[in-house]
Every structure is written in C-alpha cells, then in structure tokens.
Design a protein around this ligand. Structure first.
Ligand SMILES: [Zn+2]
Length: 264
C-alpha cells in the first residue's frame, strides 16, 4: 500500500497538476481507474481526469467519514481505496453576538432555507473536460485559521471548520482561483455575504463574510476574476475571508489545491 500511495503522490504532483493526494477525512483520494464512465462515490458522481493510458478519480472525502476501506462504483466494477485517520486540533472561539451561536426560534426557518440553497449549489455536477484545480489564494492576506479544526464556540461544540480563513483588511479584493460559473449568492445567517462558484465536475468553491458582492448568479467568471471584497458579515470575529472548497459535496482542505508544481 505504501508503494501505491507514493506512486499516486508522484502522479499528482509531477505529471498532471492534480490536487495533492491525502486520503484522510477532509482530504482527497487520487484513485487510478481504467474507465471514466459512471464513477460514483457514495451515490455521487466524482471528478475523473485522464492520465497516461488511463484515468484518475479525484475523490473528496467528507470530514465526517470514519477511517477504513471504501470503494468507487464504476462502469467496470468496484475500485477500492483506503481512508487513513487524521486528528485535527481543537479551537476555542468567543463570539460576541450570542444569537449567531444559539439562534432564536424565528431564525431557524431562514437557516434551514439557506442551508438547502447552499446544499443545492454543492451538489452541482457540471460536465467539463478538465476542471482547473491549480489554485492561488483567492485574496491577499494571512491564513488565520486552518481547515478541519474542531470548534468550540462560547464553550459549546459546533461543526468542524469546513474551510480556510484568510485574515485581510475589510475591502481587500477576492478573486476566483479558477474559471467557473456563479451558482449562488446571498446574505446568509452564519456565512454573511456569500458567493459559490461551480468550476465543473463537482468542484465548487465558496467565499463568505464578504463586505460586497460583485457577481450575479448565472455569470461566467475567468480565473482571477474579481468576485467582491473581504468583510466581516455573518458570524465573524473580525474581517476575513472564509474560503471553502468542495468536491462531490465533501468539504475538503483548500491547502491541497495550492502550490501545485509542474502544471501543464
Ligand atoms: Zn472560516
């Protein structure tokens, strides 16, 4: 198994410009295949890319996944892969606006509606030949909170951190790290002003807590296109961009898309 993992890593980093292989909860498994037809993980289509003489599935692994053996369903049968254990650190935060930690009863309808809207966006699977996965940080700033932290807000356990926080002054511009199409925008209860971009093959990125939004649903965006500005709307302790990256509706570590070498 060690050999296989090493080979995959080399394929990922040297030849194709794929995200990094890190088969852990919240990570990505690069799985070699002999077909690109009907490749599914847990009932969802997954990203498949051509490699020399074959294919590679780029599978998002949910943070909630328990380590163990898993498989992809394909047109040519099952293909197995393993998910290893990873311990994420704990982070304690104090949120001044208590309503953003324990919402009022009248907030729940709004929260449920917004969650459904974001879920629908994360479930998009647009067929493209090759999704661009070679990302730069979408804004200039300092990474202030990493992906996967087990969060305790005002002494209460909450969902783990599903993205990367980049601290930057309010008004700093945010740029799309790859071409795509805007699939949702909104002023959400927790996430504040938010933009979701569909890059194809189930790869969706999310931008939260923005002070302003400069794009509209349905609009096509280029790599590097201006999406809006950093802010502190929604549940935020200060001005920052919460940047989420999702593959086959699994929120994955944005780090795995940065610093790719030898991209074509
Ligand atoms: Zn965040």
């Amino acid at each position: 198994m060690k050999c296989l993992a090493l080979t995959l890593l080399m394929i990922g980093q040297c030849a194709l410009g794929l995200p990094e292989h890190d088969s852990v909860p919240g990570g990505i498994a690069l799985v070699p295949l002999t077909t690109d037809r009907n490749v599914m993980f847990d009932g969802r289509l997954v990203m498949v890319t051509e490699s020399e003489g074959g294919y590679i599935a780029v599978v998002g692994i949910p943070l909630s996944c328990s380590p163990g053996s898993f498989h992809l369903d394909t047109a040519e049968g099952k293909v197995h892969f393993k998910v290893k254990e990873k311990q994420y650190e704990e982070q304690r935060l104090t949120i001044q606006n208590k309503r953003k930690v324990n919402p009022y009863a009248q907030d729940m309808e709004r929260i449920t509606r917004e969650r459904a809207e974001m879920d629908a966006a994360f479930n998009h699977f647009s067929p493209v030949n090759r999704a661009d996965t070679d990302f730069d940080l979408p804004t200039e700033g300092i990474v202030s909170s990493s992906f996967g932290l087990r969060r305790i807000l005002n002494d209460q356990p909450r969902s783990p951190h599903s993205g990367m926080d980049i601290a930057a002054p309010e008004g700093t511009s945010i740029h799309s790290p790859a071409p795509g199409k805007i699939v949702a925008t909104g002023d959400y209860f927790f996430n504040g002003n938010t933009v979701l971009v569909d890059h194809g093959q189930g790869l969706i990125t999310m931008y939260c807590h923005m002070s302003s939004i400069n794009v509209e649903v349905g609009q096509a965006v280029d790599k590097g296109q201006y999406l809006g500005d950093v802010g502190k709307t929604g549940r935020a302790t200060g001005a920052h961009l919460h940047w989420g990256v999702s593959l086959n509706n699994a929120r994955v570590n944005p780090d795995l898309f940065l610093n790719q070498e030898n991209t074509p």
